[in-house]
Design a protein around this ligand. Structure first.
Ligand SMILES: NC(=O)c1ccc[n+]([C@@H]2O[C@H](COP(=O)([O-])OP(=O)(O)OC[C@H]3O[C@@H](n4cnc5c(N)ncnc54)[C@H](O)[C@@H]3O)[C@@H](O)[C@H]2O)c1
Ligand SMILES: O=C(O)C[C@H](O)C(=O)O
Length: 329
């Protein structure tokens, strides 16, 4: 191991996603097979012991790329010098909780984490917010990190992107590897818009191959957008291994680039592209190169897509206004 280890912070490390995620990071799947990692596991005090148990198991796996593990409930220790921050831990919605209560509770988590990243993270820090409501939590964290370039704060819609590929693959009976240029627009919520109008199935336009607007409207879009709820219904717990896998994909693609002739979906700070108000953290099709993302430009948006993108963006504006009214941004 010759390279300096990359510091990777994972919050909510004792949770379900954390358990699926940490072993894949330690095995080299996040950054690559030749990149050693030093893990920082952040938890709330009552879950530190459980995170220490996970750290013991990570030791026991004897991963050659794992250079060290710290377990802490201290934000400074978790984020000082961090290069990659995966913000997974969040306050889940519990019975009787309104959306505003959820936003406020999460503001209490993502504001101090944004401040700690601002104060101590490495200059090249990249942040992925997984904890829900992911887009708005990312907006809160970004708002409290004025010294970190805004393009370093992203939220996860890669799970939705992967779900859309899987559903389309089944419909057209074509392997997932032959499906390119799916796009997720808007919020990681039931209003998101999975778009196949620019997608390709083995080089052919996906919407033309499908040629079934009824399926698109009544099956594909709701299946992808409500998949999280369907998993909760079936498993009795929210998606964990698939979410961890998508988090690995998100950071790996960001750092190592999108494949030639393809793009991915990431929730990133809007520059006003496609009429999405500047500053919102909204999902777009992006290409990644040299460790940076760029929103794919020049796509023609038909009326069907426009209506759905606008609806999801409206929801993001409402969330932004709610956290603004709570003084969180
Ligand atoms: N963006 C996506 O695609 C996506 C997909 C699946 C799940 N999620 C979200 O990811 C989050 C985590 O899911 P999970 O299944 O791992 O939940 P979980 O409840 O199993 O684990 C969450 C962990 O976060 C910890 N935590 C809470 N507050 C914290 C804080 N301030 N600092 C550090 N840790 C803290 C908890 O102690 C817990 O161990 C949830 O918000 C879930 O809705 C997002
Ligand atoms: O939908 C949820 O609440 C969980 C998660 O965000 C998911 O998409 O699986």
């Amino acid at each position: 191991m010759t390279r300096t280890p990359v510091n990777v912070t994972v919050t909510g490390a004792a949770g379900q996603i954390g358990y699926a995620l940490l072993f894949r990071i330690a095995s080299g799947q996040l950054l690559g097979p030749d990149v050693p990692v030093h893990l920082r596991l952040l938890e709330i005090p009552q879950a530190v012991k459980a995170a220490e148990g996970t750290a013991m198991e990570l030791d026991d796996a004897a991963f050659p790329l794992l250079a060290g593990i710290d377990v802490t409930d201290d934000l400074k220790k978790a984020f000082d010098g961090t290069n990659v921050a995966l913000l997974v831990g969040a306050r889940p919605r519990t019975k009787g909780m309104e959306r505003g209560d959820l936003l406020e509770a999460n503001g209490g988590i993502f504001k101090p984490q944004g401040e700690a990243i601002n104060a101590g993270a490495a200059d090249d820090v990249r942040v992925l917010v997984v904890g829900n409501p992911a887009n708005t939590n990312a907006l809160i964290a970004k708002s409290h990190a004025p010294d970190v370039p805004a393009d370093r704060f992203t939220a996860m819609t890669r799970l939705d992107h992967n779900r859309a590929i899987a559903q389309l693959s089944k419909k057209v009976e074509t392997p997932v590897a032959d499906i390119k240029k799916i796009a997720i627009w808007g919020n990681h919520s039931a209003t998101q818009y999975p778009d196949i109008f620019h997608a390709e199935v083995a080089g052919r336009n996906a919407a033309e191959v499908v040629n079934d607007e009824g399926w698109l409207r009544d099956t594909f879009i709701p299946t992808v957008a409500k998949r999280g709820a369907a998993i909760i219904e079936a498993r009795g717990a929210s998606s964990a291994a698939s979410a961890a896998s998508a988090a690995i994909d998100h950071v790996h693609t960001w750092v190592n680039g999108t494949a030639e002739g393809d793009w991915t979906s990431m929730a990133v700070v809007s520059d006003g592209s496609y009429g999405v108000p500047e500053g919102l953290i909204s999902s777009f099709p992006v290409v990644c190169k040299d460790g940076k993302w760029e929103i794919v430009q020049g796509l023609e948006i038909n009326d069907f897509s426009r209506e759905r993108i606008d609806a999801s963006v409206r929801e993001l504006e409402e969330e932004r206004d709610a956290v603004r009214n709570l003084g969180l941004i």
